[in-house]
Structure formats: C-alpha cells, structure tokens
Design a protein around this ligand. Structure first.
Ligand code: UDP
Length: 234
C-alpha cells in the first residue's frame, strides 16, 4: 500500500451527480462503496467535503449578502454534505465521526486534533465539516491544513477530471495531462490545482497531492496501489 493515512477531498459539486443542485443519492452510494474498499484494506481515512452543490461564499454578494456571511453559509453547506456522507458510510458498515470547524455540538464534535488522530487510529473515518471555521478560506485549504495537522501521507483530490492538464481540457483540445509534476513547476506554469493558500501549504510541508477522477469506479483504490492514476504533485 502506497499510503497509510490519507486525506480525501471531495468537492460538493461532485455530489450533485447529474442533478443541478443538492445531493444525488446514487453518487453518495458510489462514493461510500469506493471508500469502504479502501477502509477494508486498513487505510486510515479522513475526508473533507466541499459545499459548492449547496452554497458558495462568492455567490453571496450578487444576492445582497455580504461575503463573510456568505462564507459562513458555505461552511454550513459543507456540514449538510458531511452529515449525508456520514449516514451513507454508516449504511455501508463503517464507523465515522463528523468533526466541525464551527461549534455545533448537537450534530458534530468540535475539531480537536488529538481526538481526530485517535479516531483514525481506531479505524473510524473522520469527516471534517464546516471547513476551517473561518471566512475567506475554502475546503481545499481545509484539506491541506487538516492533512498536515493529522500527519496524512497525501491529499487525494477527487474531481471530475482525471488529472492536471497543461490547459483546461474541457476548452482546449490540445491540452495534455501530466502524470506527475513538481510543486515548483506547477506554480511556474500557473496550473490550477488548488487555490494558492491550499497549494502553498502542501508545498511548504512537502505534502504530496494526487488529483484524480473520483467518479471512475476503482480509481481511489488504484491510487492507493501506487498505480499511475491522475496527477501526482510532489
Ligand atoms: N468556506 C469558508 N471557509 C472554509 C471552508 C469553506 O468560508 O474554511 C466557504 C466558502 O464560502 C466556500 C464554501 O464554504 O465557497 C463552500 O466550500 P467550497 O467552495 O470550497 O466547496 P467545493 O468547491 O469543494 O464544493
């Protein structure tokens, strides 16, 4: 096994599946199936989930809501997704804890680093909800910081594209995919892997990132086998 403790970042948007908004139960079920296979191999798993399928801070201003308020709304959206994911994982027989960056004791534990690590050691899947609990951050920055804090071996960024390309593959047919690239080169080329805050945090702490297509069945396991899936950034 290439990695023993991973931080899996799932975007909120991916949870929509073919819908225009909210959570697609089939997609949720598919993710739980993939995650179960990984968990059954003894991998310690922490998950950060986005909120873009429900709310994004940047869209607030056009609705007359100030940015900070909007960001808190986005954080709450990630808790909703986290709760849905938690239920789905439990339906598949996994033990989970939802830890929140904002206090909401009735639904989740507060994030306490030592406790998070203990949960992982006991084989529980830890979901980090409400991002970092601060506005002007994203769930990508949450993924990077939490990964460093819990000493994860890697950040696995599950997306709907199968890696990092030289240009946007959905717009430029000449775009080519990198199987691996260094942080430095990715920075110089201005490749859009994560937002700068998240990217820098990984780079400064030598925490590798793998960008891969989470929607392709079996891919998550292939990444753990060390197979050439997606793009590895080191
Ligand atoms: N957010 C925030 N601080 C955090 C994490 C998230 O303010 O630490 C807000 C931010 O407004 C963001 C929203 O929550 O737009 C939803 O998260 P994100 O856009 O990262 O989700 P994704 O794009 O992965 O679905």
């Amino acid at each position: 096994m290439k990695y023993n403790r991973i931080l899996l970042k799932l975007s909120g948007e991916a949870l929509m599946g073919n819908h225009k908004y909210g959570i697609d139960p089939d997609r949720l079920d598919q993710y739980a199936t993939e995650i179960k296979k990984v968990r059954d191999r003894g991998v310690e798993l922490a998950i950060v989930i986005g909120g873009g399928n429900i709310y994004r801070g940047v869209q607030a201003e056009s609705a007359g809501i100030d940015r900070v308020q909007g960001d808190y709304m986005g954080m709450l959206a990630t808790v909703i997704n986290g709760m849905a994911l938690q239920s789905s994982l439990e339906n598949h027989g996994m033990f989970t804890r939802l830890m929140s960056g904002l206090k909401m004791e009735q639904v989740c534990e507060p994030f306490i680093r030592r406790r998070a690590i203990r949960h992982l050691e006991k084989g529980r899947i830890v979901i980090f909800g409400a991002g970092l609990g601060n506005p002007y951050f994203t769930t990508d920055s949450t993924a990077s910081l939490r990964a460093v804090e819990i000493e994860a071996d890697v950040v696995l960024k599950g997306t709907r594209v199968d890696g990092v390309y030289s240009a946007d593959p959905e717009k430029d047919p000449k775009a080519t995919k990198y199987s691996s690239i260094s942080f430095q080169e990715a920075y110089e080329k201005g490749l859009n892997i994560m937002d700068m805050t998240a990217f820098t945090l990984c780079m400064e702490n030598s925490l590798p990132i793998v960008v891969f297509d989470m929607n392709k069945p079996g891919n998550l396991n292939r990444v753990l086998n060390g197979e050439e899936v997606g793009t590895l950034i080191t």
